[in-house]
Design a binder for this molecule. Structure first.
Ligand SMILES: N[C@@H](CCC(=O)N[C@@H](CS)C(=O)NCC(=O)O)C(=O)O
Length: 223
């Protein structure tokens, strides 16, 4: 039996969605973020030493890291679904986007979360102007240009491809959903990038996405 160790408002929503798309039975253990720090509760460290979500257990297998979990589930339970044919150009794009989501897209988004917090964090009055000026400079000179380039790149790829890997929806789109949703919520994605906005509309209207939301909620990024 598959168990998804699911943290509210997190990347593990993608795993619930994938399992709903595949129609595979699974159980769920819920964990709730600390309201102040937003960190996962320490119980999650008993499942995997890093204590992050998602983690999936399946019999005696424990697997962490969204991309690795998606590969495992598609391979073990997919029967060829949600993955392009081996050796096809779409398969290479599938691999690319599966890695891009966590390996590239998430980096400036996380840095933005951190530096937004630094900008508003309580500090002694005599360092406040310096702390805020440094945070603003890092955001302006490094984080925002990177975010913009990533968004432009993803938008342009959806101009030449219906979905991220090609003409068919696949698990790479599930993996890409989180950085695109986070970009919409906090990374500057707006109506000026209509293809990414349309991507969000399309994924949010999928019945399996809706079922995963009902099971996993609350999830703040499905707008
Ligand atoms: N690259 C990892 C990232 C895992 C991760 O950072 N998960 C976040 C949830 S979105 C988490 O568990 N945060 C709570 C914490 O760090 O305590 C993956 O894709 O699985």
């Amino acid at each position: 039996m598959i168990t998804v160790h699911h943290l509210n408002n997190s990347r593990s929503q993608r795993i619930l969605w994938l399992l709903e798309e595949l129609g595979v039975d699974y159980g769920m253990k819920r964990y709730t973020r600390d309201p102040d720090t937003l960190l996962a509760p320490p119980e999650l460290r008993a499942v995997h030493p890093l204590g992050k979500s998602p983690v999936v257990t399946d019999g005696d297998i424990t697997i962490a890291e969204s991309g690795a979990i998606i590969e495992y589930l598609v391979d073990r339970y997919g029967n060829g679904r949600l993955i392009p044919a081996p050796g096809s150009p779409e398969r290479l794009r599938y691999t690319y986007w599966l890695h891009f989501a966590e390996g590239s897209a998430m980096t400036p988004l996380l840095l933005k979360l951190v530096f937004d917090r630094v900008e508003t964090a309580p500090m002694p009055f005599f360092v406040k102007p310096i702390g805020r000026a440094i945070a603003a400079k890092v955001k302006r000179s490094f984080i925002e240009p990177n975010l913009g380039r990533h968004l432009d790149f993803m938008e342009s790829e959806l101009a030449s491809h219906e979905w991220f890997a090609g003409a068919e929806f696949c698990a790479a789109d599930i993996q890409m959903s989180f950085p695109v949703e986070l970009s919409r919520a906090r990374g500057g994605l707006d109506a000026s990038r209509s293809r990414l906005m349309r991507f969000l509309e399309r994924i949010h209207s999928r019945p399996a996405y809706q079922r995963a939301l009902q099971k996993g909620g609350p999830y703040a990024f499905a707008t």
